[in-house]
Design a protein around this ligand. Structure first.
Ligand code: NAD
Ligand code: DAU
Length: 352
């Protein structure tokens, strides 16, 4: 068994990655899920795999260099899949330093820990950094897409912190010969998405008959991918991606925000037995996000052609699955919105 360190595994995407690796590779990997359990980390996301013999949860903070060194000294870490981050653009606008500390300093702490532990046998290891399409900035021309060659142009504190971390990862690959690989993915959606982000926030508010806050005119475009397809892509890149390379991940699935909100309203009115048009009456246009990027669109040809990855779901199907998951899991949503999940799980782990 090889030890694989997945950071941020209690978060939205991380929990899907942990589940995939724990269940798909029971005899190959022992998964160490390193997570600080910030507001975004929720161990309820992993209830179905928490007792698997090849899974261990480690409560730890990547901002703490000493504890990262200690973890690598005590655990023979074969590879890292690094997802831990502050991930919400709006929070980065109100508290940029939190993003510098976790996304930049935290990533460098992990790289340093790997550098020390792997010295002399670097080639046997792999450091995979999971990043975002936001590092490329925004698109204006409808014909344009982000490719792996697009110049970095981060425009929010969040994307600037992710861009900085990408640069450090590549620099450590070049300077210290740590075998690195990176991917930059578009917007994810699916089960366990924290309801501060567009899709789960709208689902939550429709359920509770609350206003649906659409920033600006709702004309901004995002490129949506079902989270399980991102997890599958991460598996593909980790195993088949070439050392030093970057892979863009996306589903060629662009939507204006306002169109997604209308679609969600229609789907949920139907599922909740409300007359068509009820939920769209909740749409409220609010002040735009500062520096709001207009459009993201990923060219995912490289990962499709070179590594054979394809998304498995059409958007309408994925969105319906997502709505069904939220409707079937009201306790998850209530715990998250009340903050109860954090007390319960920190107590449970403190007593282990
Ligand atoms: P998330 O906010 O849901 O989860 C982040 C996780 O990291 C949480 O479990 C949190 O507790 C943990 N964490 C935060 N700070 C930490 C610290 N200092 N030490 C240890 N753990 C810490 O995020 P997400 O949406 O699942 O995104 C995961 C990664 O994927 C991020 O790196 C993000 O930039 C990237 N990404 C996200 C998307 C998206 O659409 N959500 C798209 C592309 C890339
Ligand atoms: O592109 C990948 C990125 O996607 C990830 O790197 C980020 O971690 C992730 O949070 C996401 O960033 P966005 O800013 O695109 O996601 P968010 O869900 O916050 O917003 C999606 C769009 O919806 C964006 O144009 C802003 C708009 N929006 C968002 C919220 C929360 C609204 O109109 N109203 C809202 O209440």
């Amino acid at each position: 068994m090889k030890n694989l360190l997945i950071t941020g595994g209690a978060g939205f995407i991380g929990s899907h990655v942990v589940r995939l690796f724990v269940t798909r590779y029971p005899d190959t990997y022992h998964i160490y899920n390193l997570d600080a359990l910030t507001y975004a980390g929720n161990l309820a996301n992993l209830r179905d795999v928490e007792n698997a013999p090849n899974y261990t949860f480690v409560k730890g903070d990547i901002r703490d260099a000493e504890s990262m060194d200690q973890l690598f000294a005590e655990t023979d870490v074969h590879g890292v899949i690094h997802l831990a981050a502050e991930s919400h653009v709006d929070r980065s606008i109100s508290d940029p330093m939190a993003f510098v500390m976790t996304n930049v300093v935290g990533t460098v702490n992990l790289l340093n820990a790997a550098r020390k532990a792997w010295k002399g046998h670097e080639a046997a290891h792999r450091f995979y950094h999971v990043s975002t399409d936001e590092v490329y900035g925004e698109l204006h021309n409808p014909e344009d897409f982000f490719t792996e060659e697009t110049r970095y142009d981060p425009r929010s504190p969040y994307s600037a912190s992710k861009a900085a971390s990408d640069h450090f990862v590549r620099a450590y690959g070049n300077t210290y010969k740590i075998p690195v690989v990176l991917s930059n993915c578009s917007n994810n959606y699916g089960p366990n998405h924290f309801p501060e982000k567009l899709i789960p926030l709208m689902i939550h508010n429709i359920l509770n008959n609350k206003p649906l806050p659409v920033y600006g005119k709702g004309e901004n475009v995002r490129d949506w991918l079902f989270v399980v397809d991102h997890a599958r892509a991460i598996d593909t890149v980790f195993h088949q991606g070439k050392e030093g390379e970057t892979y863009n991940i996306g589903g060629f699935n662009e939507w204006k925000n306002i169109d997604i909100v209308h679609l969600l309203c229609r789907v949920m009115d139907q599922k909740l037995g409300r007359p068509d048009g009820t939920s769209s009456g909740l749409i409220t246009y609010v002040t735009d996000r500062a520096g709001h990027d207009l459009r993201y669109a990923i060219d995912a040809i490289k990962i499709m052609k070179e590594l054979g990855w394809q998304p498995s779901l059409q958007f309408e199907e994925g969105l319906e699955k997502t709505v069904d998951w939220y409707l079937a899991n009201p306790a998850w949503l209530n715990d998250v919105t009340s903050g109860h999940y954090q007390e319960y799980y920190s107590e449970m782990y403190a007593n282990r």
